[in-house]
Design a protein around this ligand. Structure first.
Ligand code: NAP
Length: 341
């Protein structure tokens, strides 16, 4: 695969709401951004990010009827491509939207930040040099890894890793639901679900919550919420939609089945920051540290970061898009300061 001899002004790595928004802004600033969107090969690295695993998105402003997550990312992509955005594919660089392009998308395999311009290696051999880079690689929700869990999550069968994204859907109204995990996310998501569900179980593998005391106490007082202590999910039952989970007691080993209509995983997220190979400052949980919390600057000048790879708190499409916008504006101003226009 050939490589670009030009030095790119802005390279964007990742193609969720943050990446495409950064591309849109950078393209409209005449920076002709080059995007490594990621490969369409696995659940982990899916281009378009976590929204590609969501069915209906009802909380993104501007879509009063809601929109399918994949359709929404398709619209983000096309809007960025309407201006001068270029995308790295297995066949080189695409400048126009065409049928089947998604399956050709290429990701960034590694990046060398030790010298300028920065050197980026593509997954399938398309390499380039860049004056500035926007990292928007996202964070993937952790899953238990059970076959039926992943199958029903991908088919929209009532298994999700985001209660805030999916919990308010009509299919979950007045139903028995469950959240797996015992951290702040699990408590927050279980509490949120009690607004719609008839009952919410929290399934936790220990006899003590990890969540902050104030949030845990509030959840434990909620009459619609019941914690199933010392329980692990060992199977998810249901053909087209989830009907029950099979649990195993982590102390006694005893197995039981709980009937329900929705399962929400809240067992943490893993930011996609490994490919940076320690060259950018990360926090203890591997999220990219921003040099200034109000900007998108990082520990290396010329490298900007946006979206879920810097955000362990909000993790929403709308917040990621906002950060993508900030990163493109920061990159544009930094390039102008360097005399690169
Ligand atoms: P977290 O604090 O890492 O908690 C993950 C939970 O999932 C833990 O209870 C853990 O069990 C459980 N878990 C992990 N792997 C599991 C597995 N394979 N099987 C079953 N259970 C598993 O993650 P988080 O709740 O997403 O929170 C991430 C960060 O964001 C935290 O710093 C949190 O305080 C913060 N946060 C804050 C708020 C807020 O303040 N409003 C809201 C959400 C998140 P163990 O307890 O046994 O390890």
């Amino acid at each position: 695969m050939s490589a670009s001899n030009n030095i790119e002004k802005v390279v964007i790595i990742g193609s969720g709401p943050a990446g495409w928004t950064a591309a849109l802004y950078a393209a409209r600033a005449n920076l002709s951004p080059l995007v490594y969107p990621g490969r369409a090969v696995s659940k982990d690295l899916v281009p378009g990010g976590q929204l590609m695993l969501t069915t209906d998105v009802e909380n993104y402003p501007g879509f009063p009827e809601g929109i399918n997550g994949q359709e929404m990312m398709d619209l983000f992509f096309k809007q960025a491509m309407r201006f001068d955005t270029r995308v790295v594919t297995n066949d080189g660089v695409a400048t126009e939207v065409s049928a089947g392009l998604y399956s050709q998308f290429q990701g960034a395999h590694s990046i060398d930040l030790s010298k300028r311009p920065f050197a980026i290696k593509g997954d399938d051999g398309y390499d380039c040099l860049a004056h500035s880079v926007i990292v928007s690689t996202g964070a993937k929700a952790n899953w238990l890894g059970l076959e039926n869990e992943l199958r029903l999550a991908q088919s929209g069968g009532g298994v999700s890793a985001c209660a805030v994204c999916d919990g308010a859907l009509p299919v979950f109204r007045d139903k028995v639901l469950a959240v797996v995990g015992g951290g702040d996310s699990a408590v927050e998501e279980a509490t949120y679900l009690t607004k719609f569900a008839s009952k919410v179980y929290m399934i936790h593998r220990r006899d003590k919550l990890r969540a902050s005391k104030i949030m845990a106490d509030r959840a434990l007082e909620n009459p619609k919420l019941e914690v199933l202590w010392n329980k692990g999910v060992v199977d998810v039952l249901g053909d087209e939609s989830i009907t029950a989970v099979k649990l195993k007691d982590t102390v006694t080993g005893e197995e039981s089945t709980v009937e329900l209509s929705g399962l929400f995983l809240a067992i943490g997220h893993t930011p996609a920051s490994d490919f940076l190979n320690g060259q950018l400052e990360l926090d203890a949980k591997k999220y990219i540290k921003l040099a200034d919390p109000y900007r998108s600057t990082t520990s290396v000048e010329g490298i900007f970061a946006a979206g879920d790879c810097v955000d362990s708190v909000y993790r929403q499409a709308v917040t990621a898009a906002g950060m993508g916008c900030k990163a493109a504006i920061d990159a544009e101003r930094w390039l102008a300061d360097q005399g690169i226009e």
